[in-house]
Design a protein around this ligand. Structure first.
Ligand SMILES: NC(=O)C1=CN([C@@H]2O[C@H](COP(=O)(O)OP(=O)(O)OC[C@H]3O[C@@H](n4cnc5c(N)ncnc54)[C@H](OP(=O)(O)O)[C@@H]3O)[C@@H](O)[C@H]2O)C=CC1
Ligand SMILES: O=C(O)[C@@H]1CCC=N1
Length: 271
């Protein structure tokens, strides 16, 4: 947790990771954050971290080991070239931007730049994230280990060699937390439709998803077995699952389309 880190963009995903790292002992003095002026000032007040409005304001003797791009993919083309002076063997560029390919980074930063394309998710804020990473060949073992340590501090890490899978990763675990939050909304809405008061329906939906998540985490059983444990033959759950598991109109079909839509959007964001 002593990595010298330059965090470019500290919005929802950047701050989710940062909060996880600070909770794990990342030293604020080892971090610079590039953000719009007002946000930089707020972050400085909130975390005691050096916040600067652009790369030109970084202390000259600050040589980052990791430059983490956590800005929207759409703004990356405008700012990426200004980071070229930071290219050196000891610096790895870690991007979490959806869709932005390794080719995009090498075309702007040059072939010598060491790049790791990553896809985390927001549960990183509570150290329960899922991050998948894909490195360029020139990323050293030590640099891979450094990225692994950073991201492992905020959840689980997995590496892939085939970069083309990053779009599917984005569609599943990158965007996935939103599907679960929407499930809570849908369950609450359904509870209301079944006759419960709105606030009670939301409490029940929320706690059911939280409880099921904890059970999944604590148990060594598969998701299928945990589902079966709830399902009495001829009972209420079976009646609901007949609807949810319908091969034509059920959740698997709907989820397949949702993940494919996210995957396809990730491909488009490559630009
Ligand atoms: N949110 C998520 O669940 C996940 C997001 N990602 C990826 O993370 C990246 C960030 O997404 P997210 O955090 O949701 O987006 P946000 O808009 O919340 O965060 C981006 C931040 O970057 C700031 N910013 C804009 N321009 C610059 C600049 N030139 N220099 C420095 N900072 C700048 C924005 O400031 P301002 O708002 O003032 O413009 C904002 O605070 C995206 O590429 C996304 O694909 C990956 C996995 C999950
Ligand atoms: O919605 C997005 O584009 C980003 C990438 C994954 C999650 N959020």
């Amino acid at each position: 947790m002593n990595t010298r880190l330059l965090l470019v963009g500290c919005g929802k995903m950047g701050s989710a990771m940062l909060e996880g790292w600070l909770a794990r002992g990342l030293q604020a003095s080892n971090v610079f954050i590039v953000e719009q002026t007002e946000t930089a000032e707020k972050l400085e007040a909130q975390y005691g971290i050096n916040g600067v409005p652009d790369i030109d304001h970084i202390r000259e003797d600050f040589i980052p080991q990791v430059v983490l791009f956590a800005v929207k993919p759409q703004v990356l083309p405008d700012l990426i070239d200004s980071y070229k002076p930071l290219v050196r063997a000891e610096t790895v560029f870690l991007s979490v931007a959806a869709g932005k390919t390794i080719d995009f980074f090498t075309s702007h930063l040059g072939e010598h730049a060491r790049i790791v394309r990553a896809m985390p998710n927001t549960p990183a804020a509570v150290s329960r994230g899922m991050t998948v990473m894909c490195p360029t060949e020139n990323v050293s073992i030590a640099q891979r280990d450094m990225c692994q340590t950073l991201l492992e501090a905020v959840g689980m890490v997995s590496w892939i060699e085939d970069e083309s899978l990053m779009d599917a990763v984005t569609g599943l675990s990158g965007s996935g937390p939103a599907y679960i939050f929407h499930l809570v909304e849908a369950m609450a809405q359904a509870g209301e439709a079944a006759g419960l008061p709105a606030d009670q329906a939301m409490t029940l939906a929320r706690q059911t998803v939280v409880g099921a998540g904890f059970l999944l985490d604590a148990s060594e059983e598969s998701a299928a077995t945990l589902r079966e444990n709830v399902t009495s033959p001829g009972g209420t759950t079976a009646a609901a699952l007949n609807v949810l598991m319908d091969p034509k109109t059920g959740l698997p079909e709907l989820m397949t389309r949702a993940v494919a839509a996210a995957r396809d959007r990730s491909k488009e964001l490559a630009g």
